[in-house]
Design a protein around this ligand. Structure first.
Ligand SMILES: Cc1cc2nc3c(=O)[nH]c(=O)nc-3n(C[C@H](O)[C@H](O)[C@H](O)COP(=O)(O)O)c2cc1C
Length: 186
């Protein structure tokens, strides 16, 4: 698929099944992510690869976090938390590693991490896989951060669920360029 077709047709997949990207595909995905625009070459992002049994362990972590957020959470909701990571053969946790910098503010480092996440999603799709970027309460939860060994200057930009598309692609939204761009002149 040529680059413009990929950029214009990328489409998230909520239903993902096996196989997920193998080690060769993951190497391409990380190489693509690492070309994110990056003011000052700070490389303000890193990835955690979660697959196999670790997906269930991540589900337990999500359940622990949900219980801590709301001690009255019911068993059905806890089960849903445990099963969330099992919705894909693998998950990439995208972590923004924020540092104090005289000319590169926090927002630029967060945006760079977002671009790295997008690069990973695009590469996965270019390789014939599919994915979806998710956050939700778990991305901002300190118990999840601790369980994943994040340091205090780190944030979760997203959980990239990756695998093989299950079912039909959803239709792409129709968006006129005039809805979101106009030419500026003085
Ligand atoms: C930072 C970020 C967080 C997101 N979090 C969620 C989420 O938690 N759950 C969800 O269903 N979609 C989430 N999305 C949206 C999906 O990734 C996706 O963009 C959306 O389903 C629209 O599909 P499309 O990307 O194919 O247009 C998030 C997107 C971004 C950029």
């Amino acid at each position: 698929m040529d680059a413009l077709t990929l950029l214009k047709s990328r489409n998230s997949a909520a239903r993902l099944c096996a196989p997920g990207p193998d080690d060769n595909a993951l190497a391409e995905i990380f190489a693509s992510a690492s070309r994110a625009p990056d003011h000052g070459r700070l490389r303000p992002w890193r990835f955690l690869l979660v697959r196999g049994d670790a997906l269930s362990a991540l589900g337990e972590l999500f359940a622990d976090a949900a219980q801590e957020r709301d001690s009255s959470v019911n068993e059905a909701d806890l089960l849903r938390c445990r099963q969330q990571p099992l919705r894909a053969p693998l998950i990439l946790v995208v972590i923004a590693c924020i540092s104090e910098h005289p000319t590169v503010p926090r927002i630029e480092q967060q945006l760079s991490a977002g671009c790295a996440a997008y690069g990973a999603l695009l590469a996965a799709e270019a390789l014939g896989y599919a994915g979806i970027w998710r956050t939700g309460a778990n991305a901002f939860d300190q118990i999840v951060h601790r369980g994943l060994d994040l340091e205090s200057h780190e944030e979760i930009s997203g959980f990239l669920y990756l695998g093989t598309r299950g079912g039909q692609s959803k239709p792409l939204p129709e968006l006129a360029q005039t809805d979101f761009m106009k030419e500026w002149r003085q």
